[in-house]
Design a protein around this ligand. Structure first.
Ligand code: ATP
Length: 349
């Protein structure tokens, strides 16, 4: 029997966009698979929203091709199974939340039973506000409504441009659960977010953009590399040092030994060996390079380079050892996220 190969949720190749003299997107290519949550990361102005808008036909690319769910994005029908939450969202203030959903269901030409529409509002925590006018909604409630709009027609691909920018921590946790439940149902999600912790928790794969180019593309495991172990030890003799070195590359951080585990995953055996060699073991903590550290590493390596780094070089770059600077990119980026707003084409795909 012939193998059925499912088309990717998103495939794009060589996307370019210039706004007057400014090159916003400079040859972007990537693939997002079905049932995968893919994160789009990068600093302000990197081109993330421009890429998203080109994928959805809201901005015309100067060059490049896009396929959505196996169909060329130039076919209007290719967006029928795509849900979209734009970065800047505004809904008709005179309509109720339920009416906004009804309108979008009609625009999508979808047949969604009333019970499913109500359920969708419930999913985003707006069940008891269905009959209230949107004009009286807080920003976070409007963003929740935007999520319902993106999800109501049961899309196979959901594109979310900063879906939690207006949400409180509980709302963010709700969205995380929502994304995981979409993934469990085989829905593909493309997520643009500055909240790196959020991306790290839910994404299978990450594409990092900088200056309009892809500077890294891979699964979290590929980007973050192997596991680290932090051990607080006393009385480490020569034999114990050798045993540690056999487990992986060892660095010292104060009274901690940090071991980048090279294949060895049997931590209890390592600890037992160390104890056997007379070492006093005070603490053993798992550690992994965070996506935030990796992102900063990549972006710092990139800035100022004239030619940009190709994806393979970038991936080799990210496979290198742990990041150094622990400044919170998430906080600074989230704070800056509201800073560079332009008029944007809005709407549902
Ligand atoms: N409509 C537009 N007209 C002119 N320049 C634009 C327009 N849209 C985007 N740009 C420029 O293109 C570049 C990329 O912008 P884009 O919004 O895609 O970045 P982003 O990565 O989404 O940024 P942010 O994280 O700040 O939302 C920026 O330099 C921006 O000023």
């Amino acid at each position: 029997m012939a193998e059925v190969i499912e088309s990717p949720a998103v495939w794009c190749s060589g996307l370019r966009k210039r706004y007057r003299k400014r090159v916003a997107v400079d040859g972007v290519s990537f693939t997002a698979r079905r049932g995968e949550v893919m994160g789009l990361l990068g600093p302000n102005g990197a081109g993330k929203t421009s890429v998203i808008k080109m994928l959805l036909g809201l901005v015309r690319p100067d060059a490049g091709e896009v396929m959505l769910l196996g169909r060329p994005a130039t076919e209007p029908g290719s967006r029928a199974r795509v849900g979209y939450l734009p970065e800047l969202f505004r809904y008709q203030p005179w309509l109720t939340a339920a009416e906004v959903l009804d309108l979008h269901v009609r625009l999508a030409g979808a047949a969604v039973p009333a019970a499913d529409r109500r359920e969708c509002l419930g999913l985003v925590g707006l069940a008891d506000r269905a009959g209230d006018r949107v004009g009286g909604f807080s920003k976070g409630m409007q963003q929740r409504l935007g999520l319902a709009v993106a999800l109501v027609a049961r899309p196979e691909l959901v594109v979310l441009d900063e879906p939690t920018s207006a949400l409180d921590p509980l709302g963010r946790a709700d969205v995380r659960d929502l994304l995981l439940s979409l993934k469990a149902r085989g829905v593909a999600v493309l997520l643009n977010s500055h909240l790196i912790g959020e991306v790290e928790r839910v994404c299978d794969r990450v594409v990092i953009l900088d200056h309009g180019r892809v500077v890294a593309d891979g699964t979290l495991a590929e980007l973050l590399g192997g596991q680290e172990l932090r051990l607080r030890l006393d009385d480490v003799g020569e034999a114990a040092e050798k045993r540690l070195a056999a487990a992986g590359v060892v660095t010292r951080e104060g009274d901690h030994f940090v071991v980048a585990l090279a294949g060895e995953r049997d931590v209890p055996e390592l600890v037992a060996d160390l104890v056997g060699l007379g070492v006093r073991v005070h603490a053993v903590e798992p550690g992994r390079v965070s996506l935030e550290e990796r992102l900063l590493d990549i972006l710092r390596g990139e800035h100022g380079s004239a030619a940009g780094v190709d994806q393979r070089a970038a991936q080799e770059d990210v496979a290198r050892a742990a990041g150094r600077d622990r400044r919170s990119f998430e906080e600074s980026a989230a704070g800056a996220a509201g800073g560079d707003r332009r008029s944007a084409e809005e709407g549902s795909a």
